[in-house]
Design a protein around this ligand. Structure first.
Ligand SMILES: *Cc1c(COP(=O)(O)O)cnc(C)c1O
Ligand SMILES: [Zn+2]
Length: 569
C-alpha cells in the first residue's frame, strides 16, 4: 500500500506526494483542503477481484484508503453494515426500491465508526498518544472507543446541548469530556486552541483526509450490494458495469463530512468503471439549524450561518458548515439532488414509523433523513421507479448515570455575552481577542503529574499507560529497559515511577538500588508491577524501597490507580 496515493489541493489544484498522513497543508499554497487521489486505472479492475475475497468490513477496500501499513489498523469490526430493503415503508410511499444502509450496526452505533477506525489507525501510524476532537456527540463517542484500543488519550469537546447519555458513553471509554456551555462552533474553536496550546493533534473534521476517505466505503459497499439485490442496468454497447449506483442517496446532514465522503466514493467508482453514474444527493437538515438548506434555497454559494441553533437534535447542530456546504452544493448542481429541512416533530414521527414498520429504532438525527425522504416523495421529486438508499446513520446507547460516578466531565463556561452571540455580536467579537476563550482554557489547566513507566513488555506498558491516561492528567514517558529508564528519570525528574522487576541487562532491583543511592531520586515514589513470584529475600530487598507492589495477572485498574494516587499525595 505505501505511496499509492497523491494529495490534490482544492485551492491551487497542484498535487503532491502523500505527506505524513496527519499533516494537512498544501506544500505549494498552504491550503488546508487536500484530497487523496489514487491510481484508479490500475486499481479498478484489481479492486473487485481482491475485495470479493475479503470479508465485509471497511478494510475490504483498503487499497483506496490512506493508511500505509495494515499493521497499524485499529479495528472493532467497522463497516460491512447490511443494506436492507424497507418493503413496508416502500409500499406505503409507492417506492418499491427503497433501501436502508444500516449504519447503526457500527461498533459504537453510528457511521462515525468508519471515520474513527481510519483516523485513529492513521494516528497510530504517526505514533500519536494524544488527540483532541470537537463533536456534536457521535464522533467523540466513536473516537473515544477506538482511542481506548490504540492507547491514545482523547480530549473531547462537546457542547452542553449534547444529550447526557452520549456524554457518558464518551467518558465511559476513558476520554476526557469537556462540556462547553455554548454552541458547537464555539466548542470547535476552543478545542482547536486547546490543541495548539498543548501541541496536540487536532482532528479537523472535513479537512482530515482520513475522515473523508473513510466515508467512501459506504458508497463502495452500497454499489456492490445494490448490484446483488437488483442486478445491474444494461448499458447498451458499452456493456453493463459490475456494480450499481442508486438513483438517490439520502442522508441527514450536520457538517456534511458524511455525504461529501460518500459522493467522493461514487466519483471514484465511476472513474474505475464500476458504476455508470452518480446518484442524486438529498441532504436533510433539522429546521432549527439549517444553514445549508437556507442558502441552497436562495442559490447562495456560502452557508447561511446559524448562531443559535433551535433544534433538540444536537447531533445536527452545526451552525457554520463552511466549505462542507460548497462541496455538497457543487455535487448537487452537477449531478442532481436537493437540500431540504424537516422539523424535530417530523423527525420524531418518522422515527416511530421506521420502528413500527421496519423494526429499525434509531436516534432522532438519523430519523431526520427518513422524514426528508417522506417529504421528497410527497413533493414528487423521487419517481416511483427510482432506486433510493437512505443512510440510517446512528443510534444512542443508554449509559446509566450510576456507572461513572461523579466528576467525569469538566465544564467550561464562556462569559454570558459570548455564549450565544447574535450576528452583530459575532462580528464584533471576531475583531477583538477572545479573552473569555483564553480564560476558559486556563481553567482547564491542572497539575499534570509526570510518570515514567519502565517495562520490557510493550503489552504491559500499553496497559499501564491506558489505565493511567483514561483517568487523569498524566504526562507519561516510557522506557523498555532499566538503563533507558534511569536515563529518562534523570532527564525529566518525574513525580512517580512504575517499574517492572524482570528485565534483561539491568533489572528492576538494580534500578531501585541506583535510584536510592542518588540523593536526587532517593525519595522518588516507585510502584512495582511484576509478573515475578517473589522469593523471601527479594521481598526483603524491596522492603521500605517502594510504595507498593502489584502482581501482574491479579491487579485491577482501580488498584493501580489507587496506588498511584496514594504515592503522589
Ligand atoms: C454525524 C451524524 C450526522 C451528520 O453527519 P455529517 O456528516 O456531520 O453531516 C447524522 N446522523 C448521525 C447519527 C450522525 O452521527
Ligand atoms: Zn495548494
Amino acid at each position: 500500500m505505501p505511496g499509492n496515493f497523491a494529495l490534490v489541493c482544492a485551492d491551487c489544484g497542484q498535487s503532491s506526494a502523500a505527506l505524513p498522513s496527519t499533516a494537512f497543508q498544501c506544500p505549494h499554497c498552504s491550503g488546508e483542503w487536500l484530497s487523496a487521489r489514487y491510481d484508479y486505472a490500475s486499481l479498478g479492475p484489481q479492486l473487485i477481484r481482491q475485495a470479493v475475497q475479503r470479508r465485509h468490513s471497511l478494510w475490504r477496500f483498503r487499497e483506496l484508503l490512506p493508511l500505509n501499513d495494515p499493521d497499524n489498523i485499529v479495528t472493532l469490526g467497522e463497516g460491512g453494515t447490511p443494506l436492507v430493503r424497507a418493503a413496508s415503508l416502500g409500499l406505503m410511499l409507492g417506492r418499491p426500491n427503497l433501501f436502508v444502509k444500516d449504519e447503526r450496526q457500527g461498533p459504537t452505533g453510528s457511521f462515525k465508526d468508519r471515520q474513527a477506525a481510519l483516523a485513529v489507525s492513521v494516528m497510530k501510524e504517526n505514533n500519536l498518544t494524544q488527540a483532541v476532537v470537537a463533536s456534536t456527540g457521535n464522533v467523540a463517542i466513536s473516537y473515544a472507543a477506538y482511542c481506548a484500543r490504540a492507547g491514545i488519550k482523547l480530549y473531547a469537546f462537546l457542547t452542553s446541548l449534547v444529550p447526557a447519555e452520549k456524554m457518558r458513553e464518551c467518558a465511559l471509554y476513558g476520554a476526557q469530556v469537556i462540556k462547553v456551555a455554548s454552541t458547537y462552533d464555539r466548542a470547535k474553536e476552543l478545542a482547536a486552541q486547546f490543541a495548539t496550546q498543548r501541541g496536540m493533534y487536532y482532528d479537523r473534521g472535513l479537512r482530515s483526509i482520513a475522515a473523508v476517505e473513510s466515508m467512501k466505503t459506504i458508497a463502495f459497499e452500497l454499489a456492490e450490494e445494490l448490484a446483488r439485490a437488483l442486478g445491474v442496468p444494461s448499458n447498451g454497447a458499452a456493456g453493463p458495469p459490475p456494480w450499481r449506483a442508486p438513483d438517490w442517496y439520502v442522508q441527514s446532514v450536520s457538517g456534511g463530512l458524511g455525504p461529501a465522503g460518500v459522493m467522493k466514493g461514487f466519483v471514484e467508482l465511476k472513474s474505475m468503471g464500476l458504476v455508470d453514474k452518480l446518484p442524486a444527493l438529498a441532504c436533510i437538515q433539522a429546521e432549527g439549524c439549517a444553514p445549508m438548506v437556507t442558502a441552497f434555497a436562495q442559490n447562495r454559494a456560502a452557508p447561511d450561518v446559524v448562531h443559535s441553533p433551535r433544534t433538540h437534535i444536537a447531533t445536527l447542530a452545526t451552525g457554520n458548515p463552511g466549505r462542507g456546504y460548497q462541496m455538497l452544493r457543487d455535487h448537487i448542481r452537477t449531478h442532481g439532488g436537493t437540500m431540504l429541512s424537516v422539523s424535530d416533530e417530523e423527525a420524531y414521527r418518522a422515527l416511530h414509523v421506521l420502528a413500527k414498520l421496519e423494526g429499525l429504532s434509531m436516534e432522532p438525527a438519523a430519523a431526520v433523513a427518513f422524514a426528508g425522504l417522506i417529504k421528497l416523495v410527497r413533493a414528487g421529486l423521487i419517481r416511483p421507479d427510482e432506486v433510493v438508499v437512505v443512510n440510517c446513520s446512528g443510534h444512542t446507547f443508554p449509559i446509566q448515570n450510576e456507572i461513572l460516578g461523579e466528576g467525569w466531565a469538566r465544564d467550561v463556561e464562556l462569559p454570558a455575552h459570548e455564549a450565544e452571540p447574535g450576528a452583530g455580536a459575532a462580528r464584533e467579537m471576531a475583531a477583538r481577542p477572545r479573552e473569555g476563550l483564553l480564560a476558559a482554557l486556563q481553567r482547564l489547566d491542572e497539575r499534570v503529574r509526570s510518570v515514567v513507566i519502565i517495562d520490557d513488555n510493550p503489552e504491559a506498558t500499553r496497559l499501564i499507560r491506558r489505565i493511567l491516561q483514561a483517568r487523569g492528567a498524566y504526562q507519561l514517558s516510557e522506557a523498555g529497559n532499566g538503563r533507558d529508564g534511569l536515563r529518562l528519570i534523570r532527564e525529566i525528574h518525574p513525580d512517580l515511577v512504575v517499574l517492572d522487576l524482570m528485565m534483561p541487562d539491568m533489572d528492576g532491583f538494580a534500578v531501585l538500588d541506583a535510584l536510592r543511592a542518588d540523593s536526587a531520586t532517593r525519595d522518588l515514589p516507585v510502584i512495582v508491577v511484576t509478573a515475578k513470584e517473589l522469593a523471601p529475600d527479594e521481598r526483603h530487598r524491596l522492603n521500605g524501597q517502594i510504595d507498593s507492589l502489584l502482581q501482574k495477572g491479579s491487579f485491577m485498574d482501580d488498584d493501580l490507580l489507587a496506588d498511584v494516587l496514594g504515592a503522589l499525595t
